[in-house]
Ligand binder design. Sequence first.
Ligand SMILES: NC(=O)c1ccc[n+]([C@@H]2O[C@H](COP(=O)([O-])OP(=O)(O)OC[C@H]3O[C@@H](n4cnc5c(N)ncnc54)[C@H](OP(=O)(O)O)[C@@H]3O)[C@@H](O)[C@H]2O)c1
Length: 333
Amino acid sequence: MKQVNSTFKAFRVEESDGDYNCSIKDMSFSPLEDHEILVKVKYSSLNYKDALSASGNKGVTRHFPHTPGIDAVGIIEESTDTNWTVGEQVIVTSYDLGMNTDGGFAEYIKVPSSWAVKLPEQLSMKDAMVYGTAGLTAGMSVLRLTQLVKPEDGKIVVSGATGGVGSLSVSILSKLGYDVVAITGKESERDFLFSLGAKEILLRQEIESMASKPLLKPLFAGGIDTVGGVILENIIKTTSPMGAITCCGNVASPKLELTVFPFILRGITLVGIDSQNSKMKDRTLVWEKLTSEWKPEHLVNTSNEVTLEDLNKNIQLMLKGQLKGRTIVKIEN
Ligand SMILES: NC(=O)c1ccc[n+]([C@@H]2O[C@H](COP(=O)([O-])OP(=O)(O)OC[C@H]3O[C@@H](n4cnc5c(N)ncnc54)[C@H](OP(=O)(O)O)[C@@H]3O)[C@@H](O)[C@H]2O)c1
């Protein structure tokens, strides 16, 4: 067991009179007890949920002080589960990590062994975090969408396209031969989106300002939505008969104002994505595909690497929708 009086660094969020402050603190080790593995974290990544947790969103994290970080990759240092041995490299994403269990923005995490996935041999720890929960979510969205819509059916639209889930979705779908229309609020990032494989760019205000009718002229065979609100409403209304849309996020809004007409007059399917509770067999499949036929090389090469010290600034940028691509966190231990 780790020495009782040794400490490790963590990015902690503390509540004081309704304000939430983040800083790097020295933390003490506690015994494994309910959790079977202690992992020395090498990399984490920044996701929208982390930004919400770090700003005191009680829908994500109920109790503070807390360490966010829904993604982590590292090396097992202690294990009470005989299926896992010290020295094994593991990825831990989603479940409750970083929500109400202290997360990956720290030198160590202590988690149930059932949350761990063995790091695939052909994947580096750093690349694993370029994907992270965003990759898992984009992957789950692509898995579900591609069962329902084929490249020859027409264009696929992706919202929040420069964000983590969005950029990975654009990249994977393009690799699979789909014509991707990327919705973005960042006109200046057209070249970035084309470099990921997007065929067309649709500016956020163009889709937000479409007529508020129950159905609109069909434009897309399907979509991956990461933002919710009016944008998802208008994607649904502009999807061709028998098309499908996945829905995973609420960056714009959690609300949807719709009629049943897209569903009963056009046979549209709306597929909910919950990567947190996805089955282990689907997780493993997505991780395998991300390292082979789906590999988003350009995103791997252009990801933004930060340290725990840089997190505050990057969290603020993420909350303003100003980050692009993936931000990975190198843990210097
Ligand atoms: N269901 C699940 O399992 C699951 C898992 C992971 C994430 N999520 C959710 O998926 C969403 C995206 O996560 P992420 O980590 O990819 O976040 P992210 O990296 O911050 O990307 C979000 C993107 O949305 C766009 N955006 C920002 N503000 C917006 C607004 N007000 N209206 C419309 N678009 C806006 C921006 O892209 P552009 O500037 O290019 O438009 C931004 O980069 C979040 O809601 C997150 O909670 C869900």
